[in-house]
Design a protein around this ligand. Structure first.
Ligand SMILES: [Ca+2]
Ligand SMILES: [Ca+2]
Ligand SMILES: [Ca+2]
Ligand SMILES: [Ca+2]
Length: 584
């Protein structure tokens, strides 16, 4: 290296000498600044920002990169979601390679996998409702008809009975007597291949508001319990019995006009063991109205109810029987003051009833529920029903009445079914507002007409609109599950949360329904858990009521709503049949 350097240095010196001689005549010497060799410029840097919306993750959050760097990002959906696309890039692939030439922001979006349901939507037109049937069929689909609405299977075909309802749209404002307002008939719809169709209008089964019903073998009974009128004495309605004969249900009215009553709940059984089905309705007649006392002592008047028993006669008509001739009360007051030492009378004239043979002796027991649940069993000596077992819900579960609610009762409906799969019938009580929510409690049967306390559970927030339920095993584990019926206010506007207040029923505001809060799975150990495996978001469904039913082992919900009458008095019903595929 040195050897090479010296000759080179010599040559350079000689060159500089010659050069300087040749430029002696120039006026100014050139600047003697040594220019450094320029380094290549530093590459530009850009920021990549990557985020993920709800429902998934991304493989990188990004960072700062030299211009031209290629970065590969992969979006991974969470369980139950699928990749939907990128905000900030047109690619439809979950894995994306970007070459940075500017600051770049990307957001991966995900959507719920909607492969767990099938939706059938169809419209049903009812022409000229004013002239043909009723003034206010719309109310039937907007208001409180859901408790009395049910499905019924006849020879494999499924029918939906939508209860006759009035007074939902204010037409009962100021009505002194409910009879001043026209009752509405049941509407029957039939499941067809691609949805539902109107099947029948039951003009012989007209009610103002049906609350409860009971199926028994080939029979159905349903009772009306509107709460319109200036005083509870005006709260009267009708009861009907339907019997499946061949391919159709034959209906008859149970009560006379004189024997109309507040029929919040209704039970069917044979109370005099003559082989003919009889009916009990509760709480029955309000004895504060002298017109309704008949041969019962009206004194003292007050907020006192007495059950109406209707015994079927050989000709198929019914006779009103006074409750004290069937249940050992109020003639023997002592028995019951043990149970209900308060002024709400009878206590057993309750809003919730069930009739079933609990002990297998061929004779029906009567179960009633207020803040107590009582079982009445037929006594062969006195020839009357006597108290057989009772319990106090407050003692059992430590829950109190709702302060200021004014309703001294808990039970809104009683359902009898074997809940724990031991072959013995248990009961489930549906509870209206209790403290912070609506819920239910269970009592586990011993097979002899007595029960042990089961569980108490708040099913939902107080402001979530549901009432009544059905018990069906939807996941094929032999334990019946709870499926709630919902009313106005049960919808979602954001696909995430269920609306709870019905603050807007504007179609534009409603994006669909989320069904999770309506499905409660029996855990086999006495409890029920809300279905939570995935979010059951059904978009594009705009309903006012949701009625569950099971067809061929699959859970369905029928959602429906009515649109206002057009100028020709036609109404359009919007039906949505949601079939869920959850347990395959
Ligand atoms: Ca009978
Ligand atoms: Ca029995
Ligand atoms: Ca059981
Ligand atoms: Ca089950």
């Amino acid at each position: 290296m040195k050897k090479l350097f010296y000759p080179l240095a010599f040559a350079l010196s000689a060159f500089l000498f010659i050069y300087s001689c040749s430029t002696e005549e120039d006026a100014t010497p050139p600047p003697q600044v040594q220019q450094p060799t320029p380094e290549p410029p530093a590459p530009k840097q850009y920021t990549l920002t990557v985020t993920a919306s709800e429902g998934g993750t991304v493989s990188t959050e990004g960072g700062t990169y030299d211009e031209g760097t290629s970065v590969t990002i992969t979006a991974t959906p969470a369980e139950g979601y699928e990749f939907a696309g990128w905000e900030g890039n047109d690619s439809t692939e979950a894995s994306l390679t970007v070459t940075l030439r500017a600051n770049t922001t990307l957001n991966a979006t995900f959507s719920l996998k909607l492969d767990y349901f099938e939706l059938q939507q169809n419209f049903i037109e009812i022409p000229n409702v004013t002239a043909t049937y009723m003034d206010n069929v719309v109310a039937q689909f907007q208001g409180n008809s859901i408790p009395g609405t049910f499905t019924y299977t006849i020879n494999g075909e499924i029918f939906l009975y939508v209860s006759g309802t009035a007074c939902s749209e204010g037409e009962c404002e100021g009505a002194y007597n409910i009879l001043d307002v026209p009752a509405n008939p049941y509407l029957v719809f039939k499941k067809i291949d691609d949805g539902w169709e109107l099947h029948e209008i039951l003009n012989d089964v007209k009610t103002w508001a049906v609350r409860n019903y009971q199926f028994r073998d080939n029979f159905i009974v349903l009772g009306g319990a509107n709460e319109e009128g200036l005083s509870p004495a005006q709260w009267v309605d009708n009861a009907f019995m339907g019997e499946l004969v061949g391919n159709e249900i034959q209906w008859k009215k149970v009560n006379s006009q004189e024997d109309m009553a507040f029929m919040h709940d209704i039970g069917i059984g044979d109370f005099n063991f003559d082989g003919l089905m009889d009916v009990i309705t509760g709480p029955g007649r309000d004895l504060s109205d002298p017109d309704r006392c008949r041969n019962v002592d009206c004194n003292p008047p007050g907020d006192e109810y007495i059950y109406n028993f209707y015994f079927q006669q050989n000709d198929g008509t019914f006779d009103l029987q006074e409750a004290y001739t069937i249940i050992d009360y109020p003639q023997d007051n002592e028995l019951h003051t043990d149970v209900l030492d308060d002024s709400t009378n009878f206590g057993n004239a309750s809003f919730a009833l069930e009739v079933i043979d609990l002990d297998g002796d061929g004779k029906d027991e009567i179960i009633s529920s207020t803040d107590w649940t009582v079982v009445y069993k037929y006594d062969e000596v006195s020839k009357k029903y006597m108290m057989h077992w009772y319990t106090n819900h407050n003692d059992d579960f430590g829950i109190d009445y709702i302060p200021g609610d004014g309703r001294g009762f808990f039970g809104e409906a009683i359902y009898s079914k074997d809940l724990n799969n031991d072959g013995i019938v248990d009961i489930l009580l549906e509870l209206p507002k209790v403290e912070t929510g609506r819920g239910f409690m269970t009592y586990i049967g011993n097979g002899d007409g007595t029960f042990n306390k089961g569980i108490f559970s708040y099913v939902s927030r107080d402001d979530l609109f549901w009432t009544q339920l059905i018990l069906e095993d939807i996941n094929n584990d032999s334990y019946p599950d709870i499926l709630l019926k919902s009313m106005d206010g049960y919808f979602t506007s954001d696909g995430i949360s269920t609306n709870s207040s019905g603050d807007s029923l504007d179609s534009d505001y409603i994006t669909g329904v989320i069904l999770n809060e309506l499905i409660w799975i029996n855990d086999g150990g006495g409890g029920f858990n809300q279905y939570n495996d995935k979010v059951l978001y059904i978009p594009n469904v705009d309903t006012r009521q949701l009625q569950p039913y099971v067809k061929e082992g699959k859970l369905h919900f029928i959602g429906f709503r009515a649109y206002d009458k057009d100028e020709l008095n036609n109404i359009t019903l919007d039906f949505n049949d949601i079939e869920l595929n959850l347990f395959e």
